[in-house]
Design a protein around this ligand. Structure first.
Ligand SMILES: [Zn+2]
Length: 189
């Protein structure tokens, strides 16, 4: 490993580690690793997703594996084989917004694209935003577009693709509502 690689790894670790102390809003995200996804690519993608949400004031508290069955307010990402899904060929992941917890990532479709780490990082951000917004909607521009253009993919590689203002508002209020919901359960109301 050369010095540049080591520096990059240290930067990644610094970004992926829990961000509880730095953000008022923190979301717990479980990621079930799959041996077919190179660890370095997965970590780079997590770092990108983390930075996307950090820019809008939300810290991601990453946990590896699957959440306990009754864990509340968490998001659970896992890699599945797209061949098993009856979905259009350009679908890279699927979220279940009305359920609010699960996201399936189609690694076999992401891995064959250029810069898979940047793509995976933004796909995770897009799907997490769907769950926080709680509705199946897309935007005209940015991370929540239904179909990214070549220009969008170039922006991703420079970490310059962002959420539209409307998306930011919906994401923040969605996260606040999730926390209120958990709080009311904890209080036995
Ligand atoms: Zn979408």
């Amino acid at each position: 490993m050369n010095a540049a690689c080591l520096v990059f790894l240290l930067l990644l670790c610094g970004t992926v580690l829990p961000a509880k102390q730095r953000f008022e809003r923190v979301l717990t995200v479980y990621l079930d690793p799959d041996p077919v996804v190179p660890a370095f690519t997965r970590m780079a993608a997590q770092s990108i997703t983390t930075s996307v949400f950090a820019r809008i004031g939300i810290g991601l508290d990453w946990r590896m594996g699957r959440p306990l069955k009754h864990a509340e307010g968490v998001i659970a990402l896992r890699f599945v084989n797209a061949c098993d899904q009856a979905l259009p060929g350009d679908t890279l992941a699927i979220a279940f917004p009305y359920e609010g917890t699960r996201i399936h990532l189609f690694w076999d479709r992401i891995a064959i694209r250029s810069h898979p780490e940047a793509l995976l990082g933004h796909v995770m951000a897009h799907e997490i935003a769907h769950l926080l917004q709680g509705v199946a909607r897309h935007s005209e521009h940015g991370i929540m577009k239904a179909h990214w253009s070549g220009e969008d993919h170039s922006a991703m590689r420079m970490n310059a693709l962002v959420f539209e203002d409307t998306d930011v508002d919906l994401i923040r209020s969605g996260l606040d509502n999730r926390r209120l919901h958990i709080g009311s359960h904890a209080a036995g109301r």
